[in-house]
Design a protein around this ligand. Sequence first.
Ligand code: HPA
Length: 280
Amino acid sequence: MREIDRIIESVNYIKNKLGSFTDGLNTAVVLGSGLGDFVDNVEVIHTIDYKEIPNFPTSKVKGHKGRLIFGRCKGQKILCMQGRFHYYEGHPQVDVVLPIRVIGKLGIKNLILTNAAGGTNPDFNIPSLMIINDHINFSGYNPLIGDNIEELGPRFPDMSNIYNNDLTEMLKLTARDSKIDVREGVYMYFSGPSYETPAEVKMARILGADAVGMSTVPEAIAARHMNIKICAISCITNHAAGVSKSNLNHEEVLEASEEIKDTFNRLILNFVENIGGLDE
Ligand code: HPA
């Protein structure tokens, strides 16, 4: 089956379940490791498990639930992806980005990508929040490799403004008004699943990265290809390898996400409200 037909099949399945809810649904949030509780702030209208959607892969990572949640918060319609797919799970990159393409075809115009990341910038507090203003794709892979899907976007999409300036400015203003400290920086994508070595982290720092992680970049590239506006935020859950002396583990990442999640939820909620104002 052609990729576009797989995408349309998934879209049709979801549309059938949702009825008219997709009208005026413009904003989606992808919730990263340990951040899925954001949906507690959403008045849930529909939930669809990934496993029931044709062509969707299934999420296997602890802290990732694996479902689409359609609801309302702060007077806005919103779609939350609770759980995402990673290249390191063994999913081909076209599958990693399939949900993004599907929600794009559902009509999403503004996409908020979130993740947990290691700070390469030694000045970052742990835990803390970093708005991603650019990225370095260090995975050696790109989700757009293969025949271009003309129905989605051009062969050679521009990435100069991948993290949309207007949305990013609005996120910064939202943080300021909400009295939430956020930093800004460059996110460097490694395939994982092993954490980086201290030498890799040193390289990342020299190349201009402030944080390293194993997600977000394929999704951002696929969304930009479709001309979706993106902004992204990392929860800096640890200092990356070698920045601090301690060893890394996923439990520590989840604990740090837990510690910062109320602040993160408040920021995203206020941001969703402000994005709603854009559409009016
Ligand atoms: N490296 C890569 N991914 C991560 C890290 C890290 O240090 N922390 C959370 N996700």
